[in-house]
Design a protein around this ligand. Structure first.
Ligand SMILES: [Fe+2]
Length: 641
């Protein structure tokens, strides 16, 4: 129980805190566009400070009224620093805001007071970083404020750290015993550090609850893939290639398993905050965030389906779409709402504070590799397939002016590839949303088709990338991709322009490892055999060696000096929360060869269409909780309502 005296004391403490605590060290007040050099952009912290000093009727929050509602997270590791995240609030929920912001409100400034009751009480939070799991030796610490203006999120940069070193961290409400869970994180290697190995887990497409367009039922998925990575504890960093959330309405809360909130398609800042907050209550996702530093990029569903720079397949940048689709939120406003919530909730850096849409950035991982994270979706992408313009996209897919990335990012990307080679990094890992290989599908009538929403529909951007790699002899490129909910493994080639031997792999300039989804629907909701019959329709592509679209899961990427290895894992089901994991296929790339090593996948895979033909179907899985191996079969992948 909090006594009046205790409240008085806390009030004194909070008055004392401003000399120590800071708004601007909480990066979310500077997000996405404010920095100290232009304080009129972003959130007006001077105004929030004045608001907090006005005499008010309610007392400030006592620590007992506050909770660390969504555990902790870390991300974007550099050699000497890492981003730490938490949320401490009087409520699980975001402050409600339904009124559209209008007038002269600065871009991205979503100051709550403009449209909803803002809390007058900032909350002082302390963070500490430890060398040891027992949390005794502090190596960095600080105090920051959070408030309803940033949905009570806290994002700080822990600094002064040693490279490639594991640390633990914890938050507490200032001057109290109210603490967050203890998180673990790891810094990046120093750029010139000589390393034996770095290991990544690569995820994409985690749908809390999905509607199946192809089946007579809704599909719902548990995030077993996140849980398996956390339980195995076999990687240094987690990479997420987007579709971290989905924007759709799905299920009735309180009735349907994993029904989403808010119970509607999301448009407002409140909507996006609430949806992100719900996802972050998933125990497997929480476990992964608390254990590994994440390096994420968004795909389309962090904002809306099949997006490009000027709209989405659902909400178009037209009067008709604005009036008739959703609650009359414009494309630009919806994008700002989603982006703001994303920066608030994700442990991600803003490498360019003047560019609120920029998430493309890179990480130097010792002398082993550069991790180049690009945005082929929302930044500056030319028009995509919006479902009713497919023929148009086919007609223009080869236009030189089309770009997935926009000129600014494209030029940065090519420079990154060159500087990575120049500095002698062994590998270039390109973290992007979309499948890069020029994949075509054979239709029943014998005709060929390709996706209008992938690199194939932006041939000029694809060609410029390949030209840069081939002409500058930049080899050992590893493209990693998500988006399709299907496993695809290919040699990276320039079809029709540079010679390629599809038997030996000679002529390739790298490889592509594209991964299935954490839980989103793949090639079939029915069976492995059904998914394999669909996968076979892609057998005409010379560079494509494996297609598997039944199992949900993820892959690990192990980078070493002389070879890279991709290990694909499936979840036998996501219809229930469990810890079974099915090894699907292992691929090796020798540094001296720059293509998939033969025999492919060591000669056999578990499931899917495989060029070599040796498909085991053993169903032999390991329980990542107990270590026990067993042949397991669940008969269904998704919950069927
Ligand atoms: Fe997806």
């Amino acid at each position: 129980m909090v006594t009046t005296t205790a409240l008085g004391l806390l009030s004194l403490l909070s008055l004392a805190a401003p000399s120590l605590a800071s708004y601007s060290v909480n990066l979310n007040y500077r997000s996405p566009s404010l920095n100290k050099d232009h304080i009129n952009l972003g959130i007006d912290t001077a105004k929030i400070t004045r608001r907090s000093l006005v005499k008010r009727s309610e007392p400030p929050y006592a620590p007992s009224q506050l909770s660390f509602t969504h555990s902790v997270a870390s991300g974007d590791p550099y050699a000497d620093s890492v981003i730490l995240w938490t949320r401490v609030a009087p409520s699980l929920n975001a402050s409600s805001s339904e009124v559209p912001v209008s007038g002269d409100v600065p871009l991205y400034n979503h100051d709550n007071e403009k449209y909803a009751k803002a809390s007058a009480h900032p909350i002082c939070v302390e963070y500490r970083v430890f060398e040891d799991e027992e949390a005794t030796s502090v190596v960095d610490q600080g105090r920051v404020f959070t408030s309803s203006d940033v949905d009570y999120t806290v994002k700080v940069e822990a600094t002064g750290l040693e490279p490639f070193t594991t640390y633990w961290y914890q938050f507490n409400v200032c001057d109290s015993e109210k603490v967050s869970p203890l998180g673990r994180t790891k810094t990046a290697p120093a750029a010139d550090q000589d390393l034996k190995e770095v290991k990544l887990a690569v995820h994409s497409c985690s749908n809390y609850r999905a509607f199946s367009a192809t089946g007579p039922f809704c599909t719902s998925g548990y995030f077993n893939a996140y849980g398996n990575v956390a339980r195995k504890d076999n990687v240094d960093y987690v990479v997420h290639l987007g579709d971290y959330i989905y924007e759709y309405e799905n299920g009735v809360p309180g009735v349907d398993e994993r029904a989403v909130v808010p119970p509607r398609e999301i448009f407002s800042l409140y909507d996006y905050r609430t949806r992100l907050g719900q996802y972050r209550t998933d125990q497997d996702l929480v476990a992964s965030h608390a254990k590994f530093p994440w390096i994420p990029v968004w795909d389309d569903h962090e904002i809306a389906n099949n997006g490009y720079r000027d709209g989405f397949s659902g909400l178009r940048n037209t009067e008709d779409s604005f009036l008739n689709y959703g609650p009359q939120v414009s494309v630009d406003q919806r994008k700002m709402n989603a982006v703001r919530a994303y920066f608030e909730w994700m442990p991600i850096r803003q490498v360019d504070m003047d560019d609120g849409l920029r998430i493309w950035r890179s990480f130097q991982m010792g002398n082993l590799f550069d991790l180049i994270m690009i945005d082929t979706r929302n930044y500056d992408r030319s028009i995509t397939d919006l479902s009713d313009n497919s023929e148009y996209i086919k007609l223009i897919h080869d236009d030189t002016g089309r770009s997935l990335m926009g000129p600014r990012q494209e030029n940065w990307f090519y420079r990154q590839l060159s500087s990575s080679k120049d500095r002698g990094a062994k590998w270039r890992v390109i973290g992007n949303q979309l499948v890069f290989a020029h994949i075509q599908q054979k239709n029943e009538d014998g005709s060929l088709s390709f996706s209008g929403d992938a690199w194939t529909a932006y041939r000029a951007n694809q060609n410029r990338t390949l030209k840069h790699m081939y002409e500058n002899e930049i080899r050992n490129n590893i493209n990693i991709a998500g988006d399709t909910h299907v496993n695809w493994v290919s040699d990276m080639i320039w079809e029709g322009t540079k010679p390629y031997n599809n038997v030996t792999g000679a002529g390739a300039v790298g490889v592509e490892f594209a991964g299935t989804a954490v839980s989103s629907t793949g090639l079939s909701t029915v069976s492995v055999a059904d998914a394999e019959s669909v996968a076979e329709t892609y057998s005409i592509n010379p560079e494509l060696k494996w297609v598997e679209g039944y199992y949900r899961g993820y892959f690990e990427l192990h980078l070493r000096q002389d070879e890279a290895e991709a290990r694909y894992f499936g979840c036998p089901t996501v219809a229930e929360r469990n810890s079974w994991e099915l090894p699907l296929a292992n691929w090796t790339v020798s540094h001296s060869e720059s293509h998939l090593q033969r025999p492919l996948a060591g000669g056999s895979v578990e499931a899917g269409y495989f060029v070599n033909g040796n498909v085991k179907h053993s169903e032999l899985a390991v329980n990542t909780e107990t270590g026990k191996w067993e042949a397991v079969s669940f008969g269904k992948m998704f919950i069927r309502d």
